[in-house]
Design a protein around this ligand. Structure first.
Ligand SMILES: Cc1cc2nc3c(=O)[nH]c(=O)nc-3n(C[C@H](O)[C@H](O)[C@H](O)COP(=O)(O)OP(=O)(O)OC[C@H]3O[C@@H](n4cnc5c(N)ncnc54)[C@H](O)[C@@H]3O)c2cc1C
Length: 404
């Protein structure tokens, strides 16, 4: 039997690490247990902090293209790109606003710089359809005035000389920035450790012990870990952990494929979104080109068709890329939910259990506020953001089924 903790966090991706950090910062006794599975999302992410772009449906150029091209019905299981509800935009903006101070905080506490960069996001308008899409966003941005800027082709050429001249202009989303996602998770984890959290790696959680309607311990091959609260932060595998407690968690894996170029000199100041793909040059010089949105179960391969389509989209946006080498390609599994919102907080039927899963395309962006909220819930403190829009109970039929 291992030492009891106030909280055991299941899953060591960016969400589990953020929860561990904020809980440890509150003085709680924390154990984080992770078994790295192929396709875990944090290791695959582009690291975009795009609250505006994601909220208005620009996150993944490929699905955007399919919808805008008027294919009518999207292929089975492919969603979006709809505008997400106001509650999500507010949640995402508040989380995004935490990054500048978080960067300094995690550098001080854990000694890791997660490479926060103020880049903004530019939506490139190739044709009239793009202009028609972008204009209302510029005129009536759901975030209010001041965060969007219309760039003429000349202004775009001046701001981003490497971008194609075959454009009608661009819409800039100020405040849509980026980080290095792996370093962010590392920074949370190192900081949590520094504050006393125990990190148990390469260990699978195989069961939850429940006594009198309350979770009392987490079961692993390395023994049981007694706890006051368990947090399900298992990403695309959250349903497995939920089932250990008799809960149906409506999370599914949604594959995203990415192409990464060789290290390049500085060619892009902003992150770019187009109807084909998005592009983000990271601090280390690679340009990340993403991403597909596919229902492929837990299969984590990459496909030649996707690599070709993403590469073509990138060259269309930044012609100079046709002469550079691809360094690596990969895919990861987003924890998708039916309404694209995360699932956070308690469930009525089980005490000592909290969800922190279903972060779909925005888990990097929403990790700080998720971590903070879950830590506040564990400590019984007032919440920094209302949890109602994100509770599992919004899928009332699903929870009803679990209760039955
Ligand atoms: C291609 C791609 C691009 C993306 N780009 C962005 C972006 O630009 N910006 C953004 O904000 N988000 C982006 N995302 C989404 C973001 O990466 C995810 O929302 C986020 O990483 C989810 O984090 P997580 O910790 O919930 O899941 P994960 O990172 O998958 O972590 C879950 C962890 O739990 C572990 N685990 C599962 N079951 C168990 C068990 N039983 N016992 C122990 N451990 C277990 C897993 O192995 C894994 O380590 C992207 C995702 C993909 C795939």
């Amino acid at each position: 039997m291992n030492r009891p903790s106030d909280v055991v966090v299941v899953g060591g991706g960016v969400i589990g690490c953020a929860v561990a950090y904020y809980a440890a910062k509150r003085g709680l006794g924390v154990t984080l247990i992770d078994r790295p599975k192929r396709g875990r999302a944090t290791s695959a992410s582009a690291g975009g902090l795009w609250p505006l772009g994601e909220s208005v449906g620009l996150g993944c150029g490929v699905i955007f293209y399919k919808a805008m091209a008027g294919l009518g019905t999207l292929p089975d299981g492919v969603h979006g790109p709809g505008q997400l509800p106001r509650s999500f935009l507010d949640f995402a903006l508040q989380s995004n606003g935490m990054f500048p101070s978080l960067a300094a905080e995690l550098r001080d506490v854990g000694g890791i710089d997660f490479e926060f960069e103020r880049t903004s996001l530019l939506f490139l308008m190739y044709d009239e359809g793009d202009v028609t899409f972008a204009k209302p966003l510029w005129e009536r941005c759901p975030c209010g005035q001041g965060l969007t800027e219309w760039l003429t082709p000349e202004e775009l050429a001046k701001a981003e000389p490497a971008v194609t001249r075959e454009v009608r202009g661009a819409l800039r989303f100020h405040g849509d920035d980026q980080v290095n996602p792996y370093r962010l998770a590392d920074a949370y984890r190192a900081s949590a450790r520094h504050l006393g959290a125990t990190v148990v790696t390469h260990t699978e959680v195989t069961g939850l012990r429940i006594d009198s309607g309350r979770v009392t311990a987490v079961e692993t091959a390395a023994g049981d870990f007694p706890c006051g609260v368990v947090v399900n932060a298992a990403g695309a595998w959250a349903p497995e952990v939920g089932r250990m407690a008799g809960l149906e968690i409506p999370v599914r894996p949604v594959r995203g494929q990415i192409v990464g170029t060789e290290t390049l000199p500085n060619v892009l100041s902003a992150c770019l979104s187009t109807t084909d793909c998005y592009l983000a040059q990271k601090q280390h010089g690679e340009v990340i080109i993403g991403s597909t949105t596919e229902e492929a179960g837990y299969e984590v391969g990459v496909t030649p068709a996707a690599m070709k389509a993403l590469s073509a989209g990138a060259v269309r946006a930044v012609p100079f890329l046709k002469d550079v080498r691809v360094k690596r390609v990969w895919s990861g599994l987003r924890p998708g939910t039916p309404d694209e919102l995360p699932i956070l907080g308690p469930v009525e039927v089980l005490a000592g259990y909290l969800n922190a899963c279903g972060h779909f395309r925005t888990g990097i962006l929403t990790s700080p506020l998720t971590g903070l909220l879950i830590a506040e819930m564990i400590a019984g403190d007032p919440l920094s953001f209302p949890a109602e829009p994100f509770l599992l109970s919004r899928f009332s039929q699903v929870e009803g089924a679990a209760e039955a």
